[in-house]
Write a protein that binds this ligand. Sequence first.
Ligand code: MN
Length: 349
Amino acid sequence: MNYKKLVLGGAGLLCAAAVAVTFTGGKSMAKQSLNTKEQNIAVIASRTAAGDMAGLTAALNQGLDDGLTISEIKEELVQMYAYCGFPRSLNAITNFMNVVHEREARGIHDTAGIEPNALPADADREKIGRETREQLTGQPFNAPYAKFVPTIDTFLKEHLFADIFARGVLTPQEREIATVAALATMSGTEGQLAGHIGIAKNIGVTDKQIAEILAIAHTPHDILFGLGAPNDANARYFSGPSYLAPITTDQMGVFNVTFEPGVRNNWHVHHGGGQILLATTGRGYYQAWGEKPRELRPGDVVNIPADQKHWHGAAPDSWFTHIAIEVPGKNNHAEWLEPVSDEEYNKLK
Ligand code: MN
């Protein structure tokens, strides 16, 4: 492949993206959600950035099950090193290698996918990178740090925006979805996150898709005792998705319960021994019937007497995890009552 062809190929790809901006920017497409492939890309990037190897293993298996190719995932994990460093990227790649080998051993034949492109040795990487970046951001680049340390801007242009973006396999939109997911997962990278949300929107990623990426990135990955499984058994008594991880049931029932943002359980009563809640992650609420709601943060303890009508759940904008202890008593059982109304819940911050 000669240099000119490659540049035209690259420009064509970005022009296609620009066309997609016009197309997806219309009213009918503005609320478009992430498709399955994009969701998997976001989850893989987020777990890589978090260094959450158990979560990444699950995400890689899900991605492959849903049809991501081995080549696409390799590309994503290579790109990740530019945003979260070689250690996170290499750990993720090693994890992925093990996942692929383990699936092969189980007789699963995943699709290899297409080979990436490579820029020729004599390509003008500075020019290619500068033009790619301008097409992505939609404006000339003039960050003060690039004048203070020109070397880092050269590396960005020649390597990230030339070598890596020219590899293809993933579209520019898919690469930005991965980048936004990784930056939203890390802390202290809010400035870069804002910049990349701007880029993603510029090349056609919708506001709804951005919100979905942020929700994926904010899914807690460091829950003591784990997220567990969807709380299907009690789903009808919860306003939305929650998760249950039994910690022990040997001497008494101790469960880890995680609520997605805005999710709470119905008003209910624990007959028998009552319940103790230990707040561990995020921000939530507890309310006893006839009392004001009480905000809960990690370290807070709630003693709920037997027969006390109450509800508990997440704050509107935060995941929330508590340990729920079933206090031993006679004939322990929960009595589920009416939902907490939106009118009541929406007063909470
Ligand atoms: Mn309760």
